[in-house]
Design a protein around this ligand. Structure first.
Ligand SMILES: Cc1cc2nc3c(=O)[nH]c(=O)nc-3n(C[C@H](O)[C@H](O)[C@H](O)COP(=O)(O)OP(=O)(O)OC[C@H]3O[C@@H](n4cnc5c(N)ncnc54)[C@H](O)[C@@H]3O)c2cc1C
Ligand SMILES: NC(=O)C1=CN([C@@H]2O[C@H](COP(=O)(O)OP(=O)(O)OC[C@H]3O[C@@H](n4cnc5c(N)ncnc54)[C@H](OP(=O)(O)O)[C@@H]3O)[C@@H](O)[C@H]2O)C=CC1
Ligand code: HEM
Ligand SMILES: [Fe+3]
Length: 470
């Protein structure tokens, strides 16, 4: 970071315009990065520091003064220091009077203090206009310029003029300010960067649970069972064979779980006869993380494809092939070509390949650069219609893979069926429910409901109550 800081050069500024001066208190990582970016964008920067002489490696072109001198140079003062050190500002109440104080701080834990840092600052320096901003931008992102994912700056404050000046600064830095209202919102803004992938949490837990369950299930069936019954060691299956069951099964179940909430929502709307009532919280949350669920599923499908690619070069597979041929030759047995088996085999592979292709297409259209180029109808078409087609193809791939063995009793081990049979339960249920929902009579009612029609006035009354409950 220091390297880039030393290289910093203000870009050419329109010389007829007077440069606006911004003051930054604190010469730590964030202060330096922000100062560097501001100089680049044409501002004059004055740093306020406890030890102006000691401060080194600051961006070239910036001035360093003590706190009160620095404060006198600008109306806008950005506090690039931790909340724990805000108490030193109490000595500066006079120089800070009437200034815009920008609080950029984050905490280490959610709700670490009873009040938000910005509100605490407003209490410490009552004469200043406190604005919360920039806390979601990292020092690293400011310097490296890779801000694509985190351009948004949440801004809040009680003084609207002050807030708008800070929003203008954010815009000049190439960021996207989002007005979040008064300082009361600061608490939420401060908690935001502390949440670790909130939308990814449910998909992550779900996929972990599915992987662990199916892994243990397959180990029981394919490693422990042969050991107990035939004393054979099949532990080598732990490396490829079993993962290549667990990963596609997880992908298939997760894909079905992407489309299950839509079906449940439709059933709920049909049952209630109105769309004007909120879904239960768990369904709402589930619907909101479908994208993440789908992308995790795609990841597992990818793993399955890679594992499948190595099947022909596996020692075990080549050994079985060679051994089968030799045994057959020694026994002088014939192994006639079975057209039906060839069909079954090629079909399940073709279905898998097509399913994977559509799966990828769903993933590609969810990239912002792609989804921005299609309108919402096109996007819904791909996500909903092609999404169901993906589920159909992947489910058919698995059903065909089971093929003739599907329901033969020989497949049971300790009464446990093959893992893929369990994996098919949720996808088949979703597809059957969807099939019922798209029957013309039901589909028509659902369409009406979604266009705002309600089954009875009693329902609309309860709907109003439902809404006022929220
Ligand atoms: C690889 C991959 C990537 C994905 N990427 C994305 C993504 O980028 N973005 C994304 O959103 N999803 C994404 N998904 C998830 C999924 O494809 C979408 O959520 C998809 O739209 C779900 O289709 P659906 O038909 O089940 O749901 P929807 O078409 O959303 O319908 C579900 C329910 O919503 C309600 N509803 C729909 N329309 C209305 C209406 N007009 N009025 C009232 N209620 C209505 C109904 O209750 C309906 O039953 C992805 C999935 C995968 C596998
Ligand atoms: N680093 C990041 O990516 C981000 C940081 N932030 C927030 O920005 C603020 C600053 O973070 P960061 O720059 O990383 O922190 P640093 O620890 O690197 O810098 C903090 C600075 O605060 C000043 N300071 C004032 N009083 C004291 C004191 N009593 N003891 C120690 N330092 C003091 C110091 O400057 P001096 O020596 O000049 O007085 C010091 O350099 C924090 O509130 C943080 O939450 C927000 C978003 C991202
Ligand atoms: C390029 C695409 C694909 C190819 C070539 C392919 C190939 C295969 C093969 C060879 C098997 C048998 C594995 C074995 O013998 O152990 C298999 C099984 C399976 N595949 Fe695929 N597949 C593809 C895509 C998919 C996709 C997209 C899904 C769904 C998300 C999927 C789900 C499954 C499932 C659930 C099984 C059964 C796992 C088991 O119990 O053994 N496949 N696939
Ligand atoms: Fe650094």
């Amino acid at each position: 970071m220091e390297k880039t800081g030393a290289d910093a050069l203000p870009l050419t500024v329109n010389s007829t315009e007077k440069q606006e001066t911004i003051c930054i208190f604190g010469t730590g990582d964030f202060g330096k990065s922000l100062g560097f970016k501001m100089l680049q964008c044409g501002y004059s920067v004055v740093f306020g520091s406890r030890n102006p002489q000691m401060s080194s490696l600051l961006p070239r072109g910036a001035e360093v003064l003590n706190y009160s001198e620095a404060a006198s140079k600008s109306d806008i003062i950005i506090l690039a220091m931790h909340r724990e050190h805000y108490d030193c500002l109490t000595e500066l109440v006079d120089p800070l009077n009437g200034k815009i104080l920008v609080d950029v701080s984050n905490n280490r834990k959610i709700n670490q203090y009873p009040e938000s840092n910005a509100e605490y600052l407003a209490q410490l320096v009552p004469g200043a206009h406190v604005v919360k901003a920039f806390n979601t931008i990292s020092a690293w992102a400011l310097q490296s310029g890779t801000l694509d994912a985190s351009r948004q700056v949440f801004v809040c404050g009680n003084d609207s003029k002050a807030k708008h000046r800070v929003m203008d600064v954010a815009r000049t830095l190439g960021l996207t300010p989002l007005d979040q209202g008064s300082l009361v919102a600061a608490n939420e803004i401060e908690n935001y960067p502390l949440q670790l992938f909130p939308m990814w949490r449910l998909p992550f837990y779900l996929s972990s649970v599915l992987c662990v369950f199916f892994f243990v299930y397959c180990v029981i069936r394919e490693v422990i069972y042969p050991y107990v019954n035939e004393k054979t060691d099949t532990t080598f299956r732990l490396a490829i064979s079993i993962p290549n069951r667990v990963f596609p099964i997880t992908a298939l179940v997760l894909l079905a779980l992407v489309y299950l909430p839509g079906v449940l929502a439709a059933i709920l709307q049909l049952y209630r006869g109105t769309k004007y009532r909120r879904f239960p919280n768990w369904l709402d949350r589930w619907m909101l993380c479908r994208k993440q669920l789908g992308l995790v599923a795609l990841g597992f499908a990818f793993l399955h494809v890679i594992y499948t690619l190595v099947i022909p070069i596996r020692y075990y597979v080549r050994w079985r092939l060679r051994n089968g041929t030799v045994t057959q030759a020694l026994a002088n047995r014939d192994n006639p070509f079975s057209t039906s088996t060839a069909w079954l085999n090629d079909s399940y592979l073709a279905l898998g390949i097509l399913g994977f292709f559509l799966f990828l297409l769903l993933g590609i259209t969810s990239l912002p650069s792609v989804s921005n180029t299609v309108n919402w109808r096109e996007f819904r078409f791909v996500q909903s219609k092609l999404g169901y087609l993906t589920l159909v193809l992947c489910t058919a791939h698995t059903l065909m893979y089971g093929g003739k063995r599907f329901l033969s009793p020989g497949i049971l081990r300790w009464s446990l069926p093959s893992a893929y049979i369990l994996a098919l339960i949720i996808p088949c249920t979703v597809l059957v429910m969807k099939l019922i929902l798209i029957m013309p009579c039901i589909d028509r009612t659902l369409m009406h409901i979604r266009q705002g029609w309600e089954r009875s006035s009693q329902h609309s009354k309860s709907a109003m109550n439902g809404k006022s409950d929220i």
